[in-house]
Design a protein around this ligand. Structure first.
Ligand code: GLU
Length: 463
């Protein structure tokens, strides 16, 4: 069997991390099995779907590196096909035209409520002759759902789940205005896209029973289902604003790398032994549905941030430099020219060692691009006493004649310290203050080399 999966977001908002994880699982599962991963934009809710949301979702998926194998299918373009299938079901006798009016439905519902019964639509038109149809009324199409027996789903994550057919009513497939219902559209599209495995959030489990009934009514093969538990907040409640970021866009803005977010989302709800740090290739090699757990994942922002630090350290320095330049852009006190870029690039191996997010990385690189004079943090200002300024003057004269490479710089600083009977740290701290405006930075040798001779000397002169 060819494995074909799909991710089917509704463009009624940004890509939520729950959706991102669903997309990731679909992607990994199809890649692992040498299959295909497709994308379907479920934009049938015309009032809530927007092109901006669609664009943002596509952008987030591309950023996550989850490339689909065919152009996305827009559900709204398929209404004619959805209608065609509904009519075919009527012709086959597994669906029927229902002429019940909204008033009649409301009356039956109210009656049931008054009697304390749960209401399930029982349309009189299920068994009535079409000849009796009222003139001028456009019918809806309802599924003639089985009344006896059970609908069973052998879910690849949840195990066997079943519902008595008496619990399910004759759902509408096509509304009287000719538009398909969500359940119907999903089934027709999954069939036409030849989807073998439907992997989605377990909030869809109740829909699945209804969808399976439509597959049966059409006599179509039923795909395999895998319902993945939701992502909750650390307190076990549904993930919401108060827990922290939720959309992929927010995580990106907060300086997370796609590798880190994917790695985190993979491990949230899936396990393979104690493997923690997994590259995309490793994930593809290992991922299968039997590793997906049944309990909800709890979002742990601290853990995600730690993982992000790991992925930043693994990331290419040119890429991190470009990210940093982008994040610094627009800051009025900075000069972001090629020279600044080179300074950032030179210091990147040291900077990325300390940063857990790209925001922290950009903050730590800020001083490299700053115009003179640098603003001084209070501790840095305190380090620049009259004595230490005097000392820096002497040091500047030496640095003016030193080659700006690791060994000569190190040797020059040591010789200078020794000559003045000081420890290296006593020299490094005022030097750091003058060069960075702060008392915290990567090693002072690396900072000197990153700035380059002329900028370093100009900063010393300014101090
Ligand atoms: N469009 C649905 C959603 O955004 C997903 C439907 C499905 O995966 O079958 O939740």
């Amino acid at each position: 069997m060819t494995i074909r999966t799909r991710f089917a977001p509704s463009p009624t908002g940004l890509l939520h991390i729950g959706g991102a994880r669903t997309a990731l699982f679909n992607f990994l599962f199809s890649r692992h099995h040498g299959g295909e991963y497709l994308l379907r934009i479920e934009d049938t809710d015309r009032t809530r779907s927007t092109p901006e949301n669609t664009a943002a979702i596509l952008d987030s998926l591309a950023w996550l590196g989850l490339a689909h194998d065919a152009p996305p299918l827009f559900q709204s373009t398929r209404e004619a096909r959805h209608a065609e299938v509904a009519h075919a079901l009527v012709a086959a006798g597994t669906a029927y035209h229902c002429y019940m009016s909204a008033e009649e439905l409301a009356r039956l519902r109210a009656e049931a409520q008054a009697e304390g019964r749960q209401y399930r639509v029982v349309s009189p038109w299920r068994d009535r002759d079409a000849k009796d149809a009222p003139a001028g009324v456009k019918p809806a199409i309802r599924l003639k759902a089985p009344r006896e027996g059970e609908t069973v789903v052998a879910d690849l994550v949840q195990g066997e789940v079943r519902v008595a057919n008496s619990e399910l009513d004759d759902m509408i497939l096509l509304r009287s205005d000719g538009t398909p219902t969500y359940q119907h559209a999903v089934v027709v599209d999954d069939h036409d896209m030849d989807i073998s495995h439907v992997i989605r959030g377990d909030d869809h489990l109740t829909n699945t029973f209804r969808q399976v009934q439509i597959f049966h009514a059409m006599g179509w093969p039923v795909p395999r289902f895998a319902h993945v538990p939701m992502i909750h907040g650390a307190d076990g409640a549904k993930l919401s604003k108060r827990h922290g970021a939720q959309s992929v866009t927010e995580f990106r803005d907060q300086g997370f790398l796609p590798e880190a977010l994917c790695n985190y989302l993979l491990r949230l709800g899936w396990a393979h032994g104690d493997a923690e740090i997994l590259s995309r290739d490793e994930a593809i090699a290992l991922f299968d549905l039997d590793g997906v757990g049944r309990s909800p994942g709890r979002m742990d922002y601290t853990r995600l941030t730690q993982l992000n630090g790991v992925w930043i350290r693994r990331a290419d320095d040119d890429r991190l430099t470009a990210e940093t330049m982008q994040r610094l852009a627009g800051h009025p006190a900075l000069v972001l020219d090629a020279e600044a870029e080179q300074r950032i690039r030179r210091l990147m191996p040291a900077l990325k060692d300390r940063a857990k997010t790209l925001v922290e990385l950009a903050d730590s690189a800020h001083f490299l691009a700053h115009k003179r004079p640098l603003p001084m943090a209070p501790k840095a200002a305190a380090a620049l006493t009259a004595d230490s300024r005097e000392m820096l003057r002497g040091l500047a004269a030496i640095l003016a004649a030193t080659e700006f490479a690791p060994e000569p710089i190190d040797a020059a600083l040591r010789a200078f310290a020794e000559h003045h009977g000081k420890k290296l740290g006593e020299i490094a701290q005022p030097l750091r203050a003058a060069l960075t405006g702060s008392t915290i930075s990567p090693g002072i040798d690396a900072v000197l080399i990153a700035l380059g001779r002329s900028e370093a000397l100009a900063r010393l002169a300014a101090a």
